[in-house]
Design a protein around this ligand. Structure first.
Ligand code: GLN
Length: 542
C-alpha cells in the first residue's frame, strides 16, 4: 500500500520545506522506491498563475499545462519525476470543486461545511491520480498556526485515522535559532510549534530542525523530551552552502532510516548518492567565470526567476564556469548610453520571460546593445518576442513595431493569435478572463537543419514548456527573414514561431518557450549549456 508522508512547517516561513520534501523524495528514490511529491497550498487563488512572482515566486509550469507553485520545480530538479496538474492543489481549487458539486446537487439535503465536505475534497486530492507509488510526499504550504492551513491539517489528521499510523508519517520542519549574545540555541519556538500542531490533533513523528550549526546532544534531548518525539527522530537540518547538498546532509543524519523504521519497512537498495557527491564536488571546481546581465523588472529576482537561476547554475557547473548574475532593472536602460554604462562589462545578456509594458523599451535597448556589440544573447519567451520587435523596428517603414500586449499599434508584430489569424479556433483569448488563458505546457517544435538551434539540440523534434498569450505575427515572418532574422524553430503546423536566431551574430537565440523549466543538475539544458560555453569561449578569446 502507498505510504503517505506529510511535511508541515513551523516557527517561520522560508525554512526550505520544498527542498526538504525534494531531498527526502530523492533519498527514497535512491533506496529504489517509487515516489510522488505533492504540494497543498492554502491560498485562495485557483492557481498561482495570476499572482505576481515578486510576491509568490516563480510560477512553475508542468508538462500537462498547469501553473503551479515553484516548489514543484524543486521536486522535478531533485528527483527528475515529472510533475502533473494533480500534484498541486490550492484552497481556491478545493472550494471551487466543492461549490461546483453543491450547485450540481451532489450534496443534496446536507449543509455544506468545511468538515466534512472541504476536508473530504482535500483527502480525495491527496489520494487521487496515483500509479502504484510506494510513497507520496505531501508538503503543506504555509506555517502551522495560519488560519488558512487549518482545513489541510484537519484533512491529514483524519487520514492518519483512516490509513493508520503504519501508512502515514508526519514530519515537522522547525527552526532552532542560535542567539549570539548568550551563545546558545533556543528550542522554545520549536516546542511552541509542536504544541500548535498538537492543538489540531497532530503529533509529529519526526522533527526536522533547521539550525545554523550543529546543536548539542543536550539540546536535542530537551527537544525530544518536550516535544514528545524519540531522540533519534529529532533530526538536524544544518545550513549548507547549496540546496543540492541537502540530500547528502539529510542522509548523514539518517532521516531515511527514521522513515523506514516508522513504516517498518526495509530499503530496497543501499544509498550511495554518487551523482550528488560528484555534482557537489564540481560546484567548487570552476575554471573561470562569466558575468551575465539579466534584464528584467521584478524585484526579488532570485525567487521570481527560480528555474532560470537554477538552470544557469546547472550549466555553469556542467561547463566548470562560475556564473555571476547581474540583475539590471530594465527601466534604467533608457538609451544606448545607459546600456553602455550598465551592460558593457557583462559577458552576455539574457532577457527572461515577463509581462506588461513597464520596462519594455529598456529591454529592447538591451537586445539592440547585445546585437550590435556581438554579445551572446538569450531571449526567453518575452525576451524572444522583444527581439522580434527590435528586429522589426530596424526595417524601414516598421519603426513603430510593437506587441498588442502594450495596446493598439500599427505594426503588431507580436499579437494574440486571433488578432492576426481569422477563423481560428485555437488559443482564443478572452481578455476579460485572464486566469488560465495562456498557451500552457508542453508543445512540439520542429527545428530547421543546419541552424544553431539544431546543433544545440542535435535533433529536429523537440518538446518544451510554454506559458504565454502572444505569438509572433505570422504575417511579418517573411519580411523579418529577408532582413536577417532566422526562424529556426516552428510549431509542427508551421504557424507559430518557436525559435529565432541571427546569422550575423556569434550567439543570438530567442525561444518562445521556457527551457529553464526542464533543466536539472544531472541533465542541464542544452540551450544553457551552449549559451554558457560560447560566452566563456568568446570571453577568453577577447
Ligand atoms: N507577456 C508575453 C505573453 O503573454 C510573454 C509571456 C512570458 O514571457 N512568459 O505572450
Amino acid at each position: 500500500m502507498t505510504k503517505f508522508i506529510f511535511i508541515t512547517g513551523g516557527v517561520v516561513s522560508s525554512l526550505g520545506k520544498g527542498i526538504a520534501s525534494s531531498s527526502i523524495a530523492c533519498l527514497l528514490q535512491e533506496s529504489n522506491f517509487k515516489v510522488r511529491i505533492r504540494k497543498l497550498d492554502p491560498y485562495l487563488n485557483i492557481d498561482p498563475g495570476t499572482m505576481s512572482p515578486s510576491q509568490h515566486g516563480e510560477v512553475f509550469v508542468t508538462d500537462d499545462g498547469a501553473e503551479t507553485d515553484m516548489d514543484l520545480g524543486h521536486y522535478e530538479r531533485f528527483t527528475g519525476i515529472i510533475s502533473k496538474k494533480s500534484d498541486n492543489i490550492t484552497t481556491g481549487k478545493i472550494y471551487s470543486e466543492v461549490l461546483k458539486k453543491e450547485r450540481r446537487g451532489i450534496y443534496l439535503g446536507s449543509t455544506v461545511q468545511v468538515i466534512p465536505h472541504v476536508t473530504d475534497e482535500i483527502k480525495h486530492f491527496i489520494k487521487a491520480d496515483l500509479n502504484k507509488e510506494d510513497f507520496v510526499i505531501c508538503e503543506i504550504g504555509g506555517t502551522v498556526g495560519d488560519i488558512e492551513s487549518l482545513p489541510f491539517l484537519e484533512a491529514i489528521r483524519q487520514l492518519r485515522n483512516e490509513l493508520d499510523r503504519e501508512n502515514t508519517c508526519f514530519i515537522h520542519l522547525t527552526l532552532i535559532p542560535f542567539i549570539n549574545a548568550s551563545n546558545e540555541f533556543k528550542t522554545k519556538p520549536t516546542q511552541h510549534s509542536v504544541k500548535e500542531l498538537l492543538s489540531v490533533g497532530i503529533q509529529p513523528d519526526i522533527l526536522l530542525c533547521r539550525t545554523p550549526k550543529s546543536i548539542s546532544k543536550q539540546s536535542k534531548q530537551k527537544i525530544s523530551l518536550f516535544c514528545n518525539i524519540p531522540f533519534e527522530s529529532v533530526i538536524m537540518a544544518v545550513d549548507v552552502n547549496s540546496i543540492y547538498q541537502v540530500p547528502e546532509s539529510l542522509h548523514k543524519e539518517q532521516i531515511e532510516k527514521r522513515i523506514f523504521s516508522h513504516f517498518k519497512i526495509k530499503p530496497k537498495q543501499k544509498i550511495d548518492l554518487k551523482s550528488w557527491k560528484k555534482f557537489n564536488k564540481k560546484i567548487n571546481k570552476a575554471k573561470g567565470e562569466i558575468e551575465i546581465a539579466l534584464v528584467g523588472k521584478y524585484q526579488n529576482s532570485s525567487e521570481s526567476y527560480k528555474s532560470l537561476n537554477e538552470a544557469l547554475f546547472h550549466s555553469g557547473v556542467f561547463n566548470d564556469v562560475k556564473i555571476n548574475l547581474k540583475w539590471i532593472d530594465s527601466t534604467s536602460l533608457k538609451n544606448s548610453s545607459y546600456c553602455k554604462d550598465l551592460l558593457s562589462l557583462a559577458d552576455a545578456i539574457l532577457v527572461p520571460g515577463g509581462f506588461g509594458k513597464r520596462g519594455v523599451e529598456g529591454k529592447i535597448n538591451a537586445i539592440k546593445f547585445a546585437k550590435v556589440n556581438n554579445k551572446p544573447f538569450l531571449g526567453i519567451c518575452f525576451g524572444m518576442q522583444l527581439a522580434v520587435i527590435e528586429a522589426m523596428r530596424c526595417i524601414k517603414g516598421y519603426e513603430d513595431a510593437s506587441s498588442s500586449e502594450f495596446g493598439k499599434c500599427k505594426t503588431p508584430v507580436i499579437a494574440l493569435i486571433n488578432e492576426w489569424q481569422k477563423n481560428t479556433k485555437i488559443h482564443k483569448v478572452d481578455k476579460k478572463n485572464l486566469g488560465g488563458s495562456m498557451r500552457l505546457g508542453s508543445y512540439n517544435s520542429i527545428l530547421k537543419k543546419n541552424t544553431k538551434i539544431f546543433k544545440i539540440y542535435n535533433k529536429v523534434n523537440i518538446t518544451e514548456r510554454h506559458r504565454h498569450r502572444y505569438e509572433v505575427n505570422k504575417n511579418y515572418i517573411s519580411i523579418l527573414e529577408e532582413n536577417g532574422t532566422i526562424f529556426s524553430g516552428m510549431s509542427p503546423d508551421k504557424k507559430l514561431a518557436e525559435v529565432l536566431e541571427r546569422s550575423d551574430h556569434p550567439w543570438f537565440v530567442g525561444v518562445q518557450y521556457h527551457p529553464e523549466l526542464k533543466s536539472t543538475p544531472f541533465k542541464p539544458h542544452p540551450i544553457f549549456n551552449s549559451f554558457i560555453k560560447s560566452t566563456y569561449f568568446l570571453k577568453k578569446e577577447l
